[in-house]
Design a protein around this ligand. Structure first.
Ligand code: FEO
Length: 402
């Protein structure tokens, strides 16, 4: 049975929520589920924007069939070939044999690699600025390479001023019966998940996101239709402002994220004492235990906070496993322009501080502040002054930046 949502007089959402998925892309927990969005416009000709993940294929097929109401499908536009949107392209092509597949040349090449069915005679290849009319609607295509894969393109409906934004402006989290962002308190209830989605999925490609945002700035937009999460029809500026911050690696909060990896609690204790001293100085602090919280949440807050403290024990003459994973994740996501302080621990040969610095110092705009604190087994009373000095340095730096 179909489950669709109306967006405009002639456009409906035909996607689906997935609340069974444990790990999006096999790595990112989605405790609140995720939506796979697909949009169907019934013009003189019918046009479908993207498909869905195979997990919700049957809901999607029901929705498309209901939406078409017996009409044929004339066009399928493919924005992105990642299988969370593309897995059911071949099924749609086979179910609707008259549908032309609108895509660019990079998508064409990926189609041939992903699917055994030869779709080459069905393709309608477009490039930047090309237009396509379905009757009342006229669409144009905006290439968006690396947001999030190289083939990505957005579509702009010149008629109703709709931007089909591919992965951009999406979020983790199921729609739960709603479709518009203004049906929820998005900035209060969904922003953290939208940030976690952006930073982990697209965060590495800030330069490319900025390029697309510049292109989109010239468009009059009434609706933004992403491939995940809510459709925007009003109050979009606040969310757009967040994208401008995230993609330029500008912190949202003057404050400190402390992430620690502690085997028996002594490194954690040093991190807690530093947090207390920072709080005494009026500094906002957020803490994570890297052995408890998955990296995606900490990466997200590393994009949010201006100052980062990493505290880790030495392990196998390296950095403790979960901290090494976190720092690897942060470096792979290209985080920039952060102030960083380090605490290391090691009972006989502490090296984690140096190794953490080695991992992070290649990130553009990274600045290390304060003296590295070295704990040997457990923090000595005499070392409290070192943590005071580190807290002073961080607090002074935050004050100076305000
Ligand atoms: Fe939602 Fe890059 O796919």
């Amino acid at each position: 049975m179909h489950c669709t949502k109306r967006i405009t007089d002639d456009m409906i959402w035909v996607g689906a929520d997935d609340r069974r998925l444990a790990l999006f892309e096999g790595v990112y927990g989605v405790p609140d589920g995720v939506s796979y969005n697909s949009y169907l416009i019934l013009d003189e000709q019918t046009i479908l924007f993207d498909t869905v993940d195979k997990a919700v294929a049957h809901n999607f097929f029901d929705n498309v069939a209901y939406g078409l109401g017996g009409r044929k499908l004339d066009y399928l536009v493919i924005s992105h070939m990642e299988p969370d949107h593309a897995a059911t392209i071949e099924d749609i092509a086979l179910r609707y044999p008259e549908a032309k597949i609108v895509c660019n040349v990079k998508i064409r090449d990926m189609l041939a690699r992903f699917f055994p069915t030869d779709l080459s005679d069905r393709l309608h290849i477009v490039k930047e600025g090309d237009t396509l009319s379905t009757g009342r609607h006229e669409f144009t295509f905006v290439m968006a390479p690396m947001v999030h894969w190289p083939e990505v393109m957005m579509t702009y409906d010149k008629t109703d001023k709709i931007l089909f934004s591919a992965d951009a402006f999406g979020s983790f989290g199921a729609l739960n019966g709603r479709i518009f962002a203004d049906e929820v308190d998005f900035m209060a209830e969904y922003l953290d998940e939208a940030r976690r989605y952006y930073t982990n999925i697209v965060g590495k490609y800030g330069t490319q996101v900025q390029a697309v945002l510049r292109k989109a700035a010239g468009l009059e937009i009434n609706y933004v239709c992403p491939l995940h999460s809510f459709v925007w029809r009003r109050d979009f500026d606040g969310f757009l402002a967040k994208y401008l911050q995230w993609s330029s690696y500008t912190p949202e909060v003057k404050g400190v994220l402390i992430a620690y990896a502690s085997v028996y609690g002594h490194t954690e204790n040093a991190a807690n004492i530093l947090a207390a001293k920072l709080s005494d100085r009026g500094v906002r602090v957020k803490m994570y235990d890297t052995s408890v919280t998955p990296s995606s949440y900490i990466v997200s807050d590393a994009f949010k906070y201006s100052h980062l403290v990493f505290a880790a024990t030495t392990y196998n003459a390296g950095v403790f496993i979960t901290m090494e994973q976190l720092l690897s994740d942060i470096t792979h996501h290209n985080l920039q322009n952060r102030k960083v302080a380090l605490i290391e621990n090691g009972s006989w040969a502490p090296v984690s501080g140096k190794l953490m610095r080695d991992m992070l110092e290649g990130l553009k705009g990274t600045e290390f502040i304060g003296e590295k604190v070295t704990v040997k087994s457990s923090l000595a009373e005499s070392q409290l002054a070192e943590l005071d000095a580190l807290a002073d340095a961080i607090a002074a730096d935050i004050s100076a930046g305000e």
